[in-house]
Write a protein that binds this ligand. Structure first.
Ligand code: ADQ
Length: 470
């Protein structure tokens, strides 16, 4: 069986791994030969041309260092100030400094040079996310003939947003150098197809670039998921129960509305708190009987737009507190820190409403984790943005337009008033969908499709299931 090489911006570190994605990919690498390649997190004077290999808790990890300038242009610059906002249709928040593209390409070329000597001819390479779109092209330039797959974790943009990205035609040509490109949702494949069929309009720089040939690249929706049964067990674990007891004491019978997100403008946090404000304004009966907890640790906080989102959220939370709080009642708690998965699972299980309202999101794993953690006899209600990839998986959630805070406020009211019978019916359908789209199956089926013809092995699935249950 061929080895698997996973490539992502960062490699997993020591200690408990945060996300389900990292857990699933670690499992793949522990069961099959291969390694994980990426940036070490270190900034050095000279870029490293060879990778350092290390065994991290049973997984071989190969890492390189980047220079400070290259890292800035590649990560905070092109990836997170141009690609991230454009792919999330927030051109108003993009900073278009086209010179960052050179740093982005330089880092991708550095990744390719350091990775190439580690490769065997039949290795299967799986590249992750928007930081590394040019990697296959750079590897092929150096002579690699391996099967190479790419997974886009964020949404694919509409053609207009794509055209706003400097060098977008070159990036799309880079995508055509992959054998398989996986996207989160059918919506993303449709946006890609629209681009592929029409390609870029002419620019003033000259006539249009050559037509990009995608005929050798398979493109499909492969929605990622979580480990719902693992979250089900975690949600009643001692660590989760400890968190639940603490919260129950402080809630004193109030029903909990919960939001859990990285602090990012794509997650719709200010709009979400505004919707809660409207719920309290329009329905006095809920005051003193509900409490909103928003958990949102800062991320990418060297980027100005992230600081501004944080300031806006602070201001709106302050406004809601000023308006509705009383000496003996607080309408909301806003916590800016990360929690371990057991604590999160406990909070998910306790919450009557999981409020997941990104303005646009590739998938949104919090929605999956919330569903997995519910008490099967008394489940809560998922209020979910239509613009998350998860909306295609979870039609039985209360789907809302997150920009319409009146609609979200009304969905909150419906969720809080929903009788047990309807909650049970909706949750059972949601849990079945979360299981069907679990992250282990996702990884195995992507790798099966990427494997050279005739070598796909569904035995891997059985091995991974055993590892996941163990
Ligand atoms: P993210 O934008 O990070 O991921 P999401 O899918 O919600 O968004 O994943 C967040 C993960 O971080 C979840 O596993 C969650 O448990 C964890 N997390 C969030 N807040 C936390 C906190 N306070 N403490 C601890 N853990 C916390 C990107 C894309 C998504 C896509 C994923 C996976 O933007 O659309 O679903 O990749 O493909």
């Amino acid at each position: 069986m061929s080895r698997i090489v996973v490539v992502s911006n960062r490699t997993p570190g020591k200690g408990p791994t945060a996300g389900g994605l990292a857990v699933a990919l670690r499992k793949v690498l522990m069961e099959r030969e291969g390694f994980w390649f990426g940036w070490s997190g270190k900034l050095t004077e000279q870029p490293s041309e060879t990778a350092r290999l290390e065994d991290i808790e049973g997984v071989t990890v190969a890492q390189i260092d980047l220079t400070r300038d290259d890292h800035h242009a590649y990560y905070a610059g092109f990836s997170n100030s141009i690609l991230w906002p454009s792919f999330h249709l927030r051109l108003d928040l993009a900073t278009i400094e086209s010179h960052w593209y050179e740093g982005y390409r330089r880092v991708n070329a550095q990744f390719a040079r350091a990775l190439l000597p580690l490769l065997r001819p039949d290795d299967v390479i799986w590249v992750h996310d928007y930081h590394l779109i040019p990697l296959a092209a750079e590897l092929r330039r150096l002579g690699a003939r391996n099967r190479i797959g790419f997974y886009l974790h964020i949404p694919f943009p509409t053609p207009d947003a794509l055209y706003a990205i400097p060098n977008h035609a070159e990036l799309m040509r880079d995508l055509s150098r992959y054998d398989l490109v996986g996207m989160q949702a059918r919506r993303d494949v449709a946006a890609f197809t629209e681009f592929a069929e029409h390609q870029s309009p002419s620019t003033f720089v000259g006539d249009n670039q050559d037509h990009i040939d995608f005929s050798r690249t398979e493109i499909d929706a492969c929605p990622i998921g979580s480990e719902p049964d693992a979250f089900a067990s975690l949600s009643t674990s001692p660590a989760a129960t400890k968190m639940v007891k603490r919260m129950e004491r402080s809630l004193g019978g109030q029903r909990l509305i919960l939001g859990v997100d990285r602090l990012d403008y794509s997650k719709g946090l200010p709009q979400r708190v505004e919707a809660y404000e409207k719920l309290l304004a329009n329905n006095a009966r809920f005051r003193r009987h509900v409490h909103m907890l928003q958990v949102a640790p800062p991320s990418r906080d060297t980027i100005k737009e992230y600081q501004e989102t944080s300031d806006t959220l602070d201001a709106i939370c302050g406004r809601v507190m000023g308006h509705f709080a009383e000496p003996d009642w607080q309408p909301l708690t806003y916590v800016k820190r990360a929690y371990g998965q057991p604590s999160l699972a406990g909070l998910y299980r306790l919450a009557r409403v999981g409020l997941v309202t990104p303005l646009r999101d590739g998938m949104n794993l919090v929605a999956h984790e919330y569903v997995g953690s519910q008490n099967p006899k008394d489940p809560g209600v998922l209020v979910l943005s239509r613009f998350a990839g998860a909306a295609e998986i979870f039609p039985e959630a209360l789907l809302v337009n997150p920009f319409d805070t009146d609609e979200t406020a009304e969905a909150l009211r419906i969720a809080l008033d929903m009788p047990l019978e309807e909650r049970l019916e909706r949750w059972q359908a949601l849990m079945a969908a979360a299981r069907k789209h679990n992250v282990v199956d996702w990884a195995v089926s992507f790798l099966d499709r990427l494997a050279p013809r005739g070598t796909a092995s569904s035995a891997t699935r059985d091995i991974l299931y055993l590892a996941s249950v163990a």
